[in-house]
Design a protein around this ligand. Structure first.
Ligand code: PEP
Length: 251
């Protein structure tokens, strides 16, 4: 049995004050929900205050990125050790980083390796663009991303995959549950090919892309989908909580 994960990616939203208020608005109810791993991924500057607020709860903390070098003259970057000091998880290779910061799968690969080395659980994002989807290239794109992002990584150690079709992120145009279930089944077969069937059966694979309280159940009911990476809807306490509760009810 794979425990589902609902992770909230707050992206570049919330000041520290707003982040604290958001956590306070959901923390009590969220920590009561069992059978679901609940993860909050606020901006870097809010990691420490959020960690303090959730310290005695079942809520986990994740960062939205890291740099792959341990320390040194990399102004503005945050190292794996720094992230691991505060977080259990880290999002890596989000399509917004690939799109706006030219992050390649080679860089993503270094980040995944660096995260695993310090004991962080990466949430590795993969997904095709609209044109690739329309050209029927989803499987080709996703398998290439997986192969290069996981190159030379022999032990996945709790790594989570988030399948996020780029055309569904922040657009209000979510994929369908059935469509996503098929792609995630493909990703699982791919992981089986790269590793083995045991690893493939154990790895959690999430869907991300315009998940809301209104459409969440359609994804969670699918056998291959192990939860969601939620962007916009994670900034609303009641809606995020609702998604988590619905996921728990499916278990
Ligand atoms: C995301 O940021 O990973 C995401 C899926 O965003 P949204 O839910 O807003 O589409």
């Amino acid at each position: 049995m794979r425990t589902p994960v609902i992770a909230g990616n707050w992206k570049m939203n919330t000041t520290v004050t707003e982040a604290v208020a958001l956590v306070k608005a959901m923390r009590a109810e969220l920590s009561k929900v069992s059978n679901v791993e609940k993860v909050l991924c606020p901006p870097f500057v809010s990691l420490a205050p959020v960690k303090e607020l959730i310290k005695d709860s079942s809520i986990k903390l994740g960062a939205q990125d890291l740099y792959f070098t341990e320390k040194g003259a990399y102004t503005g970057e945050i190292s794996p050790v720094m992230v691991a000091d505060l977080c259990e998880l880290v999002i890596i290779g989000h399509s917004e980083r690939r799109q706006y910061f030219n992050e390649t799968s080679k860089v993503v690969n270094k980040k995944v390796a660096a995260a695993l080395e310090v004991g962080l659980k990466p949430i590795l994002c993969v997904g095709e663009k609209l044109a690739e989807n329309e050209a029927g290239k989803t499987e080709e794109v996703v398998s290439k991303q997986l192969k290069s992002s996981l190159a030379d990584i022999s032990n996945l150690d709790g790594l989570i995959i988030a399948y996020e079709p780029v055309w569904a992120i922040g657009t209000g145009r979510a994929a369908t549950g059935e469509q996503t279930n098929e792609t995630i089944a493909f990703i699982r077969r791919n992981i089986s090919g790269l590793y083995d069937d045991k690893v493939a059966q154990e790895i959690r694979i999430l869907y991300g892309g315009s998940v809301t309280a209104a459409n969440a159940a359609g994804f969670m009911v699918q056998p291959e989908i192990d939860g969601a990476l939620v962007g916009g809807a994670s900034l609303k306490a009641a809606e995020f909580l609702n998604i988590v509760i619905q996921t728990s009810a499916m278990g």
